[in-house]
Design a protein around this ligand. Structure first.
Ligand SMILES: Nc1ncnc2c1ncn2[C@@H]1O[C@H](COP(=O)(O)OP(=O)(O)OP(=O)(O)O)[C@@H](O)[C@H]1O
Ligand SMILES: [Mg+2]
Length: 346
């Protein structure tokens, strides 16, 4: 079996390492188009952190990875048993969810909601804060990473849960300097909401993890013995999208054929998405097509606000909205080519 080793991300790693070297003050939002390698980056980073720096990595997409043995052991050591008994009760369902989520079934929203039920949510935060304090060792603040944060974006626990969470994160960073908080999301609509959220103004920073640039892509393909022609094909069809490049690496024969097939499939999917929209909502379809037609001659388009057609195309993972730079671009090079193909026949 061919193993693809972690490639590059030198700049992003340096940036994060620099942040970890300073006292926590801001929440860091890691964002970027889908499949750009955000999760891979953070996992690699976690692997390389010093042992004394405790990391809690929670992936809401389906894996709930954290060291529960240590959590529970810590529980037995605390003085205020009563309160922690209650918190332990709260944690029970989480523990129950563990084996299931390990096999890849995502945590359903209602389960998550149950965990963060009214009133208990504060208990949960007290609990987490206590755990973080316990792991604040030798000047190494623990690191809390929440991947796929948008999963709980619209959950209500009398108020939106996400606000309580943000408040909690602000407390952990700006006020207590107790933990580094990273959140990851590729849902650009969610990031856009976060970005315009007054409560977070001046309390967070954004870190874009985008597809590889050309040079990084070439170096990656070099490792797997791509010829100059194959490299050109890969860049033409996949751009620097890691997952797409990995697919070509794993295709040993006729890589061009594979790339063309991927494009054909994506073109078909986009056609399906836009033309079924035409049948439902002609006005929105026209607006979406107008927007897509801008990508015939350009790779990026500026925007002022998230209109309905942007929301639609972003929601379908055709377009990525970078709310920091206020730019729209296809989710990948393959999407760009597919859009152009679709527009050719429009
Ligand atoms: N730096 C890298 N080196 C090698 N392979 C990578 C790298 N980054 C990503 N990949 C490959 O691309 C795949 C997708 O990456 P990953 O899941 O990290 O993307 P993501 O941005 O977290 O996606 P999503 O938007 O779905 O959360 C990985 O499974 C891996 O195969
Ligand atoms: Mg991810």
């Amino acid at each position: 079996m061919r193993r693809i080793e972690f490639h590059n991300r030198v700049e992003e790693m340096e940036e994060i390492t620099r942040l970890l070297d300073t006292e926590p003050t801001l929440i860091t939002f890691i964002y970027g188009p889908i499949n750009s390698g955000k999760t891979e980056l953070i996992n690699n980073l976690i692997k390389n952190l010093p042992k004394s720096q405790k990391v809690f990595y929670i992936n809401l997409r389906g894996r709930f990875i954290s060291n529960y043995d240590e959590f529970i052991k810590f529980l037995f050591d605390v003085e205020h048993v009563e309160r922690y008994e209650r918190i332990k009760e709260f944690l029970k369902p989480v523990v129950n969810v563990l084996p299931e989520s390990y096999s890849g079934i995502p945590i359903p929203k209602d389960v998550f909601l149950k965990l963060f039920k009214e009133k208990e949510v504060e208990d949960a935060f007290v609990y987490i804060e206590t755990v973080l304090r316990a792991f604040y060792k030798n000047g190494y603040p623990p690191v809390l990473v929440i991947d796929e944060l948008q999963v709980i974006g619209d959950l209500k626990v009398d108020d939106l849960l996400i606000y309580k969470l943000f408040n909690f994160f602000i407390r952990l960073t700006k006020e207590l300097h107790l933990a580094h908080v990273f959140t990851i999301s590729s849902d650009s609509l969610f990031i856009e909401e976060v970005h315009s959220e007054a409560m977070l103004e001046g309390r967070c920073r954004y870190l874009l993890v985008d597809d590889f640039d050309r040079e990084t892509t070439a170096a990656f393909l070099e490792k797997y013995g791509f010829t100059a022609d194959e490299k050109a094909v890969a860049w033409e069809y996949c751009g620097g999208k890691p997952i797409c490049l990995v697919e070509l690496v794993n295709t040993e024969k006729n890589r061009k054929g594979k790339a063309e097939e991927m494009l054909k499939i994506r073109k078909g999917q986009i056609e399906e998405i836009v033309y079924s929209l035409e049948a439902r909502d002609k006005e929105m379809f026209d607006a979406a097509m107008r927007l897509l037609s801008e990508f015939i001659g350009k790779e990026k388009v500026r925007y002022k606000y998230i209109s309905d057609e942007i929301k639609f195309l972003v929601g379908k993972n055709i377009i990525f909205a970078d709310s920091v730079d206020k730019e729209l671009k296809p989710q990948s090079r393959l999407n760009l080519l597919a859009i152009r193909e679709v527009m050719k026949n429009a």
